[in-house]
Design a protein around this ligand. Structure first.
Ligand code: SF4
Ligand code: SF4
Length: 442
């Protein structure tokens, strides 16, 4: 069993084995066996695509409960930029900030504020020529894990900075320690997550040994309570604006915001996991070598499209655009020459060998030859009826001992027909013998 924590899980009872998720998983991490889906943990990137497409709501995201914050003496909440696009009532950021305090938090630290620092640091590193181009954003944990599994040759291009969520958590804890005099462990940092990938990245961080986030609470779980709190706050009236971020940080909530903040003209921003894979394939083929920066988000439209959000992502994007119009360009800048220690990776991000056929190159080659031979015997329809996403994936499963050729319904059908024909021949032969015995003339 994998020790790696995955937020995305299956409710076996609800699964109908319909293979919808099998066909859409970007890393071919799902099989249907015995009429139920199974997730191959090593391959899963927690992109949430299977949650998005399952018609029976059998795929779920495990997140932390809001009540988990109670055990801490001082409670800080980190709202992501995408949260500000979830509500119709959002005259200003302060209404949501005040409503979060109404839920029992002592302090609000906007992830968008940390995003502005990450943007500053990215620009500096790019200007210094310290990065291998095209630079790939490291902010979406599903994309980063996808690169580790499927595109390890591109790891050197990944921006070696922690994502804004992690930077925000580090800065928020340091601020709370300074202001309250409490020990770091007495302070609870809760991130309101739009997607399962970020929950997984809190439990298994990339670029650092331990996450500074204590809890990852789903936006959809907190949504009703926050709405009620917003209504109460609006009735009472909201105080002066204390919001911490400008247009730059808030733009990170939708696709293109991070890339635009690099101030280069040569960038691209792709969203939706299929588009992301297309871009990474083109990068592998060196077709995008003239780009300076590549922003990739697994969810459609960016973090606003996360499966744990409530609002239609495109409605949320428009709302956030309006909200940004009244904000300064940026409210947070790196002071001094050196990058703050909270920003750079402090642990390596290594390739993951989940797609490797065998640790031994010789055995891997032999397996590859067997896969190709089996694939020739299969029908090439990629119908998914065997429970694997493609004939190639079934051939690989057979070679790895997870399935046999009879899983292919066409091979099985052919075998059944062969048996039927033999039985028929036998029957005819028996009848002829009986006829001969009875002296019947033909
Ligand atoms: S989409 Fe996947 S998880 Fe949902 S019912 Fe079909 S096989 Fe099961
Ligand atoms: S979360 Fe994404 S990678 Fe994991 S099983 Fe679902 S679709 Fe596949």
């Amino acid at each position: 069993m994998s020790e790696y924590f995955h937020s995305v899980t299956l409710n076996r009872e609800a699964c109908h084995g319909c293979i919808t998720c099998v066909k859409r998983c970007p890393t071919e991490a799902i099989r249907v066996r015995g009429g139920k889906a199974q997730i191959i943990a090593e391959r899963c990137i927690d992109c949430g695509e299977c949650i998005r497409v399952c018609p029976h709501h059998a795929k779920l995201a495990v997140t932390d409960p809001l009540s988990g914050i109670e055990k801490f003496k001082y409670k800080v909440v980190l709202p992501p930029p995408s949260l500000f696009g979830q509500y119709k009532r959002q005259e200003d950021l302060e209404l949501i900030r005040t409503a979060l305090i109404g839920l029992g938090f002592d302090e609000v630290y906007e992830v968008a504020a940390a995003a502005e620092l990450v943007s500053d640091a990215t620009r500096r590193l790019m200007e210094q020529g310290a990065l291998k181009g095209p630079v790939i954003s490291s902010a979406c944990p599903a994309v980063l894990r996808l690169i580790r599994i499927r595109f390890p040759n591109l790891l050197d291009n990944v921006l070696p900075l922690l994502p804004p969520m992690e930077v925000a958590a580090r800065l928020a804890r340091a601020k709370a320690v300074e202001e309250t005099g409490l020990k770091p462990e007495e302070i609870g940092i809760a991130f309101l997550t739009p997607c399962p990938a970020k929950v997984t990245s809190v439990k298994n961080p990339m670029g650092t040994e331990k996450s500074s986030v204590d809890l990852a609470i789903s936006v959809s779980d907190v949504y009703p309570a926050l709405l009620a709190s917003m209504n109460k706050c609006a009735e009472r009236g909201v105080g002066p604006d204390h919001s911490q971020s400008g247009r730059t940080g808030l733009s990170w909530g939708n696709s293109g915001g991070e890339a635009a903040a690099t101030f280069t003209m040569r960038y691209l921003a792709a969203d939706g996991i299929e588009n992301v894979i297309n871009v990474l394939e083109q990068m592998e083929d060196e077709k995008l070598a003239d780009q300076d920066f590549v922003e990739l988000n697994a969810c459609p439209a960016g973090c606003v499209g996360g499966v744990l959000n409530i609002e239609n992502p495109y409605v949320a994007v428009t709302r956030m655009k309006h909200l940004r119009d009244y904000r300064p360009v940026a409210c947070n800048h790196i002071q001094g020459e050196k990058l703050p220690t909270e920003l750079p990776w402090d642990a390596p991000v290594e390739p993951i060998t989940a797609l490797r056929l065998d640790p031994s190159p010789m055995k891997a080659m032999q397996k590859m030859q067997r896969i190709e031979a089996i694939q020739k015997r299969l029908y090439g329809l990629d119908c998914g009826s065997c429970g694997a996403p493609s004939c190639r994936a079934l051939a690989e499963d057979i070679v790895n001992g997870y399935a046999d050729e009879d899983a292919c319904i066409y091979i099985l059908k052919k075998k059944v027909e062969t048996v039927r024909d033999s039985l028929l021949k036998l029957k005819i032969g028996d009848r002829d013998k009986t006829d001969e015995k009875d002296g019947c003339a033909r």
